[in-house]
Design a protein around this ligand. Structure first.
Ligand code: NDP
Length: 496
């Protein structure tokens, strides 16, 4: 299969990073980002250094300690966050194109993600004014208890390449609503829309130094943020491997951590499921974003009695999915983000076959000179202890395992170090709820998948992470709690 393209920009855009209100290059040099679909340079970003991180943290610290943000009345912070959301709405087309050129995701999908991101910015603006503490009027007539929520301080925000603008929106507006200042490090593959967000926030009236953006590699930029003594909290989204190293590095000053890490998410199809609905959901769940999705439904656990019927439907639907140029409106699945990810995916497919999995569809890369495309792939007869059933593939690869009872489905679903999400397809409310209660995962979908809204908290059990983002946790995650006791009566002397 050969892919034809509809057109890409003639030359890359040169971008600068943002430190203490100033846009600049870096002494570290530059990084060129090629479109993973088209193989041409689309952006050039500064290759930030540990010194850049020091400057950015110092700027964030000065702003946090010196006032002008965390001490503003919340309605002023809310107004800036809302104005930023309004500007995003007015620039959806431009932002979507940049997102697609850097990440490879279909343009219509980038637009949907940026629309979803504006919902998060609006929602967080409301939370700026509703986050509150508690009072205790029951400590006796002389004492009043106050529980204050205070912004945690300077936050280091490290984001990945799979949903650059959306994952930023799941965190940054909440961090700002809480009154924190921040140093952001986007993935070097997809930094452009984060830098655009910096410009948008400036235009929305954000004081300088509140948001600083240092672009570059995990080593040194990410590492310097995580280890920095003046950073009070780190929010990291990415692999469990790097998440674990962030836990170690954060020990220097015992900073607070919020981690959203990998997943190996089960999709359980019960014998009574609506197979047409389930098949479409399964194909979407594993191919969304070319499978480069932390909540990707990569493990299909299906009741033995319906295994053949469901597998046939999945294969038929999957064969109709258009893979190709993300600028083409008919494309459902774009390229893999980079060569090393593609090689990793192909390696895991190979190991799945070698360990006894039956390759029913795909298993090859598409014939294109520059683009990094992997054909949607299905492996059946996958045993729970095989590597393809255990490791996060982060590609368009479905592994099918059959089960004989509800108990076995629960056992296999939970037989993983991860606990990010799960999906259940069943028309029986009793068994769906029984399964939902037993599954150890931060998000469970019943008869739908990979959907939600700003109101719903996200995060993982087990090695899928720490803490929760968005929803009512969105702002409180970025606060410290202070207990205050006020005594108003005469003192009972301690010294007798
Ligand atoms: P990483 O975890 O390496 O990268 C995520 C972010 O962390 C990037 O901004 C990265 O920068 C940065 N980073 C890398 N090393 C460090 C470090 N030591 N300290 C601080 N920050 C660091 O993911 P990859 O991009 O390498 O992808 C590998 C695998 O991770 C995927 O195959 C997938 O399984 C998983 N993943 C999960 C995601 C999720 O949403 N849960 C998102 C992305 C990946 P840089 O890009 O410069 O290395």
């Amino acid at each position: 299969m050969t892919i034809s393209f509809t057109g890409v920009p003639a030359s890359p855009t040169r971008l600068e990073q943002l430190i203490g209100g100033k846009w600049s290059s870096s002494a570290g040099g530059e990084i060129v980002r090629n479109s993973p679909a088209h193989g041409v340079a689309v952006s050039i970003i500064p290759q930030g250094t540990a010194e850049d991180v020091d400057l950015a943290v110092a700027a964030a610290r000065r702003r946090f300690d010196g006032g002008g943000w965390s001490d503003l009345p919340a309605n002023r912070r809310a107004a800036i966050i809302r104005r930023a959301a309004d500007i995003i709405v007015s620039e959806i087309d431009e932002l979507s194109l940049i997102e697609t050129l850097e990440s490879g995701k279909p343009l219509w999908q980038s637009k949907a993600e940026i629309e979803g991101a504006t919902e998060l910015w609006y929602y967080a603006s409301g939370q700026a004014q509703t986050v509150h503490g508690e009072t205790f009027n029951n400590l006796g007539s002389d004492q009043l208890g106050l529980v204050l929520r205070e912004p945690v301080g300077v936050v280091g925000l490290i984001t990945p390449w799979n949903f650059p603008f959306f994952i930023l929106a799941e965190r940054l507006p909440f961090i700002l609503a809480a009154g924190c200042t921040v140093v952001v490090k986007p993935s070097e593959h997809t930094s452009a829309t984060t830098l655009s967000m910096g410009k948008i926030l400036e235009r929305a009236g954000l004081p300088e130094g509140v948001v600083n953006i240092v672009t570059g590699f995990g080593d040194p930029v990410g590492q310097a943020i995580v280890a920095h003594k003046d950073v009070d909290m780190v929010s990291f989204t990415g692999s469990t491997r790097v998440g674990r190293s962030a836990v170690m590095a954060s020990a220097a000053n015992l900073k607070k951590l919020s981690l959203e890490l990998g997943g190996k998410n089960p999709v359980v199809v019960m014998p009574d499921a609506d197979l047409d609905k389930a098949a479409d959901g399964i194909v979407y769940g594993v191919l969304h974003n070319a499978g480069q999705c932390c909540v990707s439904g990569s493990r299909l656990l299906v009741a033995k009695d319906i295994e053949k019927a469901l597998t046939d439907k999945v294969l038929t639907l999957m064969s109709r999915v258009n893979v190709g140029d993300p600028l083409n409106p008919g494309t459902r699945v774009g390229p893999i983000v980079n060569r090393s990810q593609l090689d990793r995916i192909m390696g895991l497919i190979g190991e799945g076959k070698a360990e006894g999995g039956d390759l029913l569809q795909g298993g090859f890369t598409l014939d294109n000179t520059e683009g990094l495309f992997v054909a949607p792939t299905v492996l059946a007869n996958v045993k729970p202890d095989m590597k393809i059933a255990k490791e996060e593939v982060f590609g368009p690869v479905l592994a099918i395992t059959a089960f004989s009872s509800l108990g076995e489905a629960i056992q296999i679903a939970n037989d993983t170090d991860y606990g990010l999400s799960a999906t259940i397809w069943s028309t029986n409310l009793d068994s769906s709820l029984a399964l939902m209660r037993k599954i150890k995962a931060g998000r469970v979908w019943i008869n739908t998948t990979i959907t939600g809204g700003p109101e719903m908290p996200i995060g993982g059990y087990k090695e899928s992470g720490l803490g929760r983002e968005t929803g009512m946790s969105g702002v409180s995650e970025y606060t410290e709690v202070k207990s205050v006791i006020v005594d108003q009566g005469a003192r009972t002397p301690w010294v007798i």
